[in-house]
Structure formats: C-alpha cells, structure tokens
Write a protein that binds this ligand. Structure first.
Ligand code: LLP
Length: 463
C-alpha cells in the first residue's frame, strides 16, 4: 500500500467497475449473494452445516455445492407468494433427479424443454401431468413420447409443430392440452425492457404480426388438441414488473379477442419466468411476494378493463429458485501479477475450473463475485480477476473482485450464485470433466450428480 488513501488511489492503480466497492472486510459475505445457511466460521465457509474443507476433502474441487434447505425455501417462497398460481420450476436452469423430487415435494410443477429433461423428470418419478413442455423445435418422436407419457401441457411454437402435434395426438387417440407461445414484442433484462412491434428471434408467434391469431385458429382446428391458453416469456434476470405489465396487456388483449370474436374462453395463461437474482453487490432483486403482488394486480386490472375473467395463471421461475442455492468451490492454482499499460498491475488468480463449468461470464458478460473460503485473512484487499484453466483468454470466472492480498495456491475460492445455467450449460471443453453437485443439509453432504471421470469422456470415443 503506497498511497495514504489506500492502494486503489496510487498512480496507475486498477479501477474496477463503478459499482464495485473496496470492502471493509474482504472476508465478509454479502448475505444476499449466498444461500441462507452459508456463513463463515473462524474464516472458513460453512454451507448446510458442512465446512468447505470437509467437502473438498471428500469430493475435491471444482464442485458445485447445493444448499437443499435454501432451494426448498426459495421454491416454497414462490409457491406461497404466488398462491393460486401454478408455479413451474424451469428445469433448464438446473435439473437432476434429486432436484426434480424436491420441486414436486414443495408443491411446484416442472417445465422441461427437451427429451433429456423430460427423461430426468420421469426418472425422478414426477407425475407427467405436472409437466409443461417447451421448445421451438420438438421433433415427431419428441412429441409422440410427450403425448404418450401424458405430459400436462405442451407449449407449441410453430405452425409445423401444431400440425405435427395434432397428428401425433390423433394417432395416439389422445386429447392433448396445448398452450401457444406468443411474442408480446417485449424484451426485458434486469432493470430495462424494450417494447417493439416486432421481435427478430426464434421463439413464439408474434401478436403484432398476426401469427399468434393464426396459431389460435390452427390449434382450434386440430380435433385432438385442446387449447388451454397463451404463454409469454419476456426475458431473464428481470428486477421489476414494468416489462411484464406491457407484455400482459398485449397477451391479455389477444386472450380477450379470442373470447369475444371466437367465443372461446381460454382457461389459463402463463407469464413465463425471468425473475432476477443478486450475482454481485450491485443487484437488488425483488422478493417473490412483491413480484406476485405486481403481476396479479396488472393481470386483474387488465382483465377488468377487457371484460374477461382472470384465467388460471402460471409462472416459470428457474434462476430465482436454484441460482442462489448453489455456489462453486475451486482451488487456487496460481496467482500471477500482470503488468498493464500505464503501470497498473492486474492480479490474475487461476482456479481449477473455468468456462467449462461457468460459461456465463464469457457468453453474457455476466458479473460474479467470490470469497476466500478456506481461511480468514488479515491482508488488505486487492482487486483481482479470477480465471479458469482453459486454453482461452476469455476464460474468466469473476471479472473483478477484491480478494485478500495474500491469496495463494492451495486456497479455496467460492463463487456464489452459480446454481442457474452453470452446471446445466457446462461443457467438456479441453476434455474437462464436469464437476459434481454436492447437496448439503443439516451437516450432511451427499453427491446428487457425481464428477465425470476419464472413462465418461472416453465412453463416447469409439476410435
Ligand atoms: N420459461 C421459459 C419459456 C424460458 O425460456 C425460460 C428461460 C424460463 C422460463 C426460465 O427463466 P429464468 O427464470 O431461469 O430466468 N442461459 C441464460 C438464460 C436463458 C434463459 C432461457 N429461458 C443465462 O444463463 O442467463
């Protein structure tokens, strides 16, 4: 520390993003980033009553640590806040058979979007009637299996699919409940949303362009399909309800037109997922109760204005349930100061995972945070960049974070908020073996997804 106001004020010092504050104590956790049981005991991170060193002794690193009590509490919080709704957990965020069982035990439904996710749900014993099935390109075999197994509702996304599904259901002698994925011309991310007339993307039937209306007619023309409602999903990592308000107005407009012009009362409506979580100290997500109050009042207000009854509503949160319930534990391998133009030095901390277990930083410029998990430190904070071990300069896990200046090889680092879209989007890049998911609860740890082995990697390589 060469400057009286601290190292960050020294000439040539690195500046992090404006939202990142130098912490008074770099050992302290920011509670809203972590699962509810996570805390430090004598400097060591403890989750679900299990000290992180014990987890690593038994299961090694990198590893995802899933706080079961926290996952269940978040699922229950959505269930209770959205009482009267059907709450579908979005499996794409993260799914394994244990999680599928917890979801059902907590009274939720499950949204799957592929034959693989359907298989895991069925293997977990989920009642197919509690499943919603998404996807913009479901094949004939996908649809046949979904209908034959009795999937509760299928969300159709193209005219080809409507025709295909009508044929499948007729062939199987079934009546299949269907929702239509519509595009409301609203795209929401975090605090911002964009409302436009057209959307240049692959999902949904455009309301403004007229395809949504034609899709309603097409589904109604299929004798084996039962149209139960419209479905809209406007984006992800959304922090307020203003985007939902515009979307709900447009979707309910179509819903009311179907009632008035066709005399068909659609009993349901699905508002999708996308509720945001805190990845770093800059994020302040809303509580489920606040979201529920906002969405319900928007829908009730619009329905009153349109003279239609409020349909049975559904939502599909994924990230907001599993995201904060998991963290990733890595071992530090190297700490490398790198001199930059202008005289500043960036500290690169390499860990034993990276873009193969968290692609979100590289793919979406996502921000994460981390903490030294294996011990406390009295060293001053230093701005660091946590990187993985892959052969790629963009292999960044945490772009900017203050860590204790004495961080060293062998230390454990934990990154919170990795429950959603990290293990589920993990890859074998550089023939990395994907990390396990270790569920912790009441002082016990158990593997719910095991670490991949070299045999797993070679199993598909048939020479
Ligand atoms: N429902 C539908 C129809 C969806 O497409 C999605 C997410 C969800 C629900 C759940 O959204 P959530 O509540 O988890 O935000 N890989 C990206 C996110 C992709 C989201 C795709 N659809 C990421 O890592 O941010």
């Amino acid at each position: 520390m060469t400057h009286e106001a601290g190292w960050a004020h020294a000439p040539g010092a690195l500046r992090g993003p404006s939202w990142l504050r130098e912490p008074a104590d770099p050992n302290a956790l920011v509670p809203r980033l972590w699962s509810s049981t996570a805390h430090k005991r004598d400097g060591e991170l403890v989750i679900g009553g299990v000290p992180v060193a014990d987890l690593v002794a038994d299961f090694n690193t990198p590893a995802f640590v899933l706080d079961e009590a926290d996952f269940r509490a978040r699922a229950a919080a959505f269930r209770d806040a959205f009482a009267g709704y059907h709450v579908y957990y979005a499996a794409k965020a993260f799914l394994c058979t244990a999680v599928a069982r917890w979801v059902v035990e907590e009274g939720l439904y499950l949204d799957v979007c592929s034959d693989g996710e359907l298989t895991v749900a069925l293997r977990a014993g989920v009642d197919p009637a509690r499943l919603g099935y998404h996807g913009n390109n479901k094949s004939y075999p996908d649809l046949r299996r979904a209908v034959a197994t009795g999937v509760g509702k299928i969300v159709v996304d193209s005219f080809a699919e409507i025709e295909r599904l009508g044929r499948v259901a007729a062939d199987l002698g079934r009546s299949q409940k269907v929702m239509i994925r519509v595009t409301a011309g609203v795209e929401a991310h975090t605090h911002e949303f964009i409302a436009t007339a057209h959307e240049d993307q692959k999902f949904g039937f455009s309301i403004a362009g007229g395809d949504a209306w034609k899709a309603v007619e097409a589904v109604l023309a299929q004798p084996a399909l039962e149209l139960v409602g419209l479905h809209s999903h406007i984006g992800s990592q959304i922090f307020d309800t203003s985007g939902f308000e515009v979307a709900a107005r447009r979707v309910l407009g179509l819903h009311a037109r179907v009632a008035h012009d066709l005399g068909v009362t659609l009993p349901e409506m699905d508002l999708g997922g996308g509720f945001g979580i805190a990845y770093t100290s800059q994020d302040e997500p809303a509580e489920p109760a606040h979201l529920a109050a906002g969405l319900t009042s928007i829908v009730e207000h619009e329905c009153r204005a349109l003279g239609v009854a409020v349909p049975q509503l559904s939502i599909e949160p994924g990230r907001a349930i599993v995201g904060p319930a998991m963290c990733t534990v890595y071992t530090v391998g190297t700490v490398k100061p790198v001199s930059l133009d202008g005289g500043a030095v960036r500290t690169y901390v390499s860990v034993d995972g990276g873009m193969s277990d968290n692609i979100r930083t590289a793919l979406y410029d996502a921000d994460y945070s981390c903490t030294l998990a294996s011990r406390g430190s009295t060293a001053p904070p230093v701005l660091a960049r946590v990187v993985g071990k892959h052969c790629e300069a963009g292999d960044i896990v945490v772009r900017d974070e203050f860590v204790p200046a004495d961080l060293a090889p062998g230390d454990l680092l934990a990154v919170p908020g990795t429950g959603a879209y990290c293990r589920s989007m993990a890859s074998n890049y550089n023939h990395a073996m994907r990390p396990p998911v270790i569920a912790v609860r009441d002082g016990q740890a158990r593997v719910v997804v095991r670490r991949e082995t070299v045999e797993d990697l070679l199993a598909t390589d048939v020479g």
